[in-house]
Write a protein that binds this ligand. Structure first.
Ligand SMILES: [Zn+2]
Length: 321
């Protein structure tokens, strides 16, 4: 038996749970996934995680005390101190004592935060954050998630809601699209993959003479990727959609930056794969609304850890705990 000291990073999603053993310096030793078992309102998830960790430990032939602690990210509204989940819609948890249950199952100490926050911590520690202490992390995926790091710590706010960047209001009149949160006109309804697809499908109705229209007729639907592909082909409609997204995202990020003065803004999630096609117009808009000294001090980066950000951020949390 080899004696090692590792943290366990766990990132719970709606369909899979990502796990990793991570060294004290944030290197992944091994990573794997198990399905998210939502039967009985998700009450088997903690025993699934405990078994998965135990099996992996035995497979690697390391001793029982090799694992120091668990850091875990979960979707939903979480009380950081108690590790209590008030509500996680995608999983079925309601008033679930996640920290206590997992500590009971594994005998290890467990620290819990929400999934967007641990991804931000992962990028800060070992990704695009470059160990900056003041960092904004924005995930442009199906929704828009966010993490705000101030002086090296995630900002939680009074009841855990800090960093909900996706629900900044972008459209204040009646043209705002409905959001999953119950409001209308949130940034998420524009700058997420879903929002971009919606804008594209509305666009082809108004401006039928475009590459996007041809793609729409062929596929019957449009995705964010279709829009960026059409921008590469110089499609005017697609360019106008990206301009609209860049305006709203640039305005929101500049407003946040004027308040928080971050060193780095990290963009992650599927939409960030568009790279400079999004980054260039976005930076231009950001410059229009950020104070000159705020803009000078702030660098934009694309997230580098991909799906590993959560487990690495989980390990960082475990390390602090
Ligand atoms: Zn919203």
């Amino acid at each position: 038996m080899v004696s090692k000291k590792w943290f366990v990073g766990v990132d719970i999603g709606g369909t899979t749970i990502k796990l990793a053993f991570v060294t004290l310096d944030g290197d992944i030793v091994t990573k794997w996934e198990i399905p998210t078992n939502k039967i009985d309102d998700g009450k088997h998830i903690t025993s699934d995680i405990a078994r998965a960790i135990e099996e992996k430990r035995e497979e690697l032939g390391v001793t029982n005390d090799a694992l120091k602690a668990i850091g875990l990210g979960a979707p939903g509204f979480i009380n950081m101190e108690s590790g209590f989940i008030y509500h996680a819609v995608n999983i079925g948890w309601k008033n679930f004592a996640l920290k206590d249950e997992l500590e009971k199952e594994t005998g290890l100490s467990v620290t819990v935060d929400n999934d967007a926050n641990i991804a931000a911590l992962g990028e800060m520690w070992r990704g695009a954050g470059d160990e900056a202490k003041n960092l904004l992390c924005v995930t442009l995926g199906t929704g828009v998630g966010g993490g705000v790091i101030v002086n090296g710590q995630i900002l939680h706010g009074v009841n855990g809601m800090a960093g909900e960047i996706g629900h900044l209001t972008s459209i204040t009149d009646e043209s705002g699209a409905p959001c999953n949160c119950g409001k209308t006109g949130c940034l998420e309804t524009i700058a997420s993959a879903t929002g971009i697809a919606r804008l594209a499908m509305e666009g082809v109705q108004k401006q039928p003479d475009s590459i996007l229209q041809t793609v729409f007729e062929r596929q019957g639907t449009l995705t964010a990727k279709d829009v960026f592909d059409a921008v590469k082909a110089e499609d005017e409609l697609a360019k106008s959609i990206i301009d609209e997204i860049s305006f709203h995202l640039g305005l929101a990020l500049a407003n946040l930056a004027n308040a928080l003065n971050p060193e780095i803004i990290v963009l992650g999630g599927g939409v960030s794969k568009a790279g400079d096609l999004l980054m260039n117009p976005l930076k231009e808009q950001f410059k229009c609304f950020a104070l000159p000294r705020v803009e000078e001090g702030c660098k934009f980066r694309i997230a580098t850890l991909g799906n590993d950000a959560g487990v690495i951020g989980g390990a960082w949390l475990a390390k602090q705990g």
